[in-house]
Design a protein around this ligand. Structure first.
Ligand code: 13P
Ligand code: SF4
Length: 308
């Protein structure tokens, strides 16, 4: 049995060491589409494993822990979402990949934190009207940053939503007395935090920012799940990287769902024991795959253009 193990950056370094590939949501979805395997173990959360199954319906896909969900999924009531979508039947529905399989069936485009800006820009350039779900913070940021008027669904990432602009300002001001200070933030963070950020991007984009940084920095604050800091510190031990503070002032912020991927559970999943994604019916898969493949094709094309 040929088993492929994928891990997201928010899993522990021990778990990442067990994986064939570690990446952000876009990278992992592209790898899941490209690689051939009999079994894929997804050390991440349920929507990521479901996306993998939708792309590869013939492959056994295993999530190590059944309860690895995401607040953007659990805060979205599907009946209410369907009604909202019908209200805007002349709009293109763009949904963040952090959504259930059913949610994807009523979406025209799926986006990740890495390609959301470009995909929505393209839709506006084509003269489309757009609605965005489910991430309220990401939607507010896009509307603010580009002057869009997208109606936005109201769910948040319970981890990123904890970052607090006042606490961040306070710590950045203190550090600024000593030298240059930067803030990198994931677009799931609240708008007042994103407005202060020097760079907004996906986990992988923030990692690349740190890897390629060649300026002078006293401190680089990072507003995302704390797991990514370990990857950043491995790459650049010379930079003072600090997690941005949350509302309590604590520089601590872990995703409880990602952390359910323990070494023991991932080992079991690699042996075929875990939560198998085998409950999606054909109709769901055939509808959900369209907006996902549209997004993957868009990003592949962009990546090819950047290479040449
Ligand atoms: P990325 O696609 O940026 O890795 O984000 C996934 C995620 O769940 C962030 O909370
Ligand atoms: Fe979901 Fe937030 Fe956890 Fe990412 S960090 S999986 S968005 S709850």
């Amino acid at each position: 049995m040929n088993t492929l193990t994928l891990a997201h950056y928010y899993t522990t370094l021990d778990v990442q060491a067990m994986a064939d590939y570690v990446g952000d949501s876009l990278e992992l979805a592209l790898i899941a589409q490209r690689e051939k395997a009999d079994r894929i173990v997804f050390a991440g959360v349920k929507f990521m494993a479901e996306t993998t199954k939708i792309i590869n319906p013939g492959t056994q896909v295993i999530l190590p822990d059944e309860t690895s969900t995401c607040s953007l999924v659990t805060q979205t009531d599907m009946d209410a979402l369907k009604q909202w979508r019908e209200q805007y039947s002349d709009h293109v529905h763009v949904s963040y990949i952090n959504s259930s399989a059913e949610h994807k069936t009523i979406s025209d485009w799926i986006v990740t934190s890495r390609n959301v800006d470009d995909i929505i820009a393209e839709l506006y350039a084509q003269g489309e009207k757009v609605i965005f779900s489910p991430d309220r913070n990401m939607g507010a940021y896009l509307n603010y940053q580009y002057g869009y008027d997208m109606p936005v669904w109201n769910a948040v990432c319970e981890v990123h939503d904890k970052f607090k602009d006042e606490q961040i300002t306070y710590m950045m001001d203190n550090a600024r007395a000593e030298g240059n200070v930067y803030l990198l933030a994931h677009p799931e963070s609240p708008l007042p935090v994103l407005k202060q950020a020097d760079f907004v991007g996906s986990t992988k984009q923030m990692l690349d920012w740190v890897k390629d940084f060649n300026g002078e920095a006293h401190t680089v604050f990072i507003a995302t799940e704390e797991g990514l800091l370990h990857n950043m510190r491995q790459l650049r031990a010379d930079i003072n990287l600090q997690l941005a503070p949350i509302y309590s002032g604590c520089q601590c912020n872990a995703c409880p769902y990602m952390k359910r991927n323990t070494v023991e559970l991932v080992k079991k999943a690699q042996q075929g024991i875990g939560f198998e994604i085998n409950y999606l019916d054909e109709d769901t898969i055939s509808k959900a795959v369209k907006p996902i493949k549209r997004m993957l094709a868009f990003s592949k094309k962009q990546m090819e253009k950047n290479v040449t």
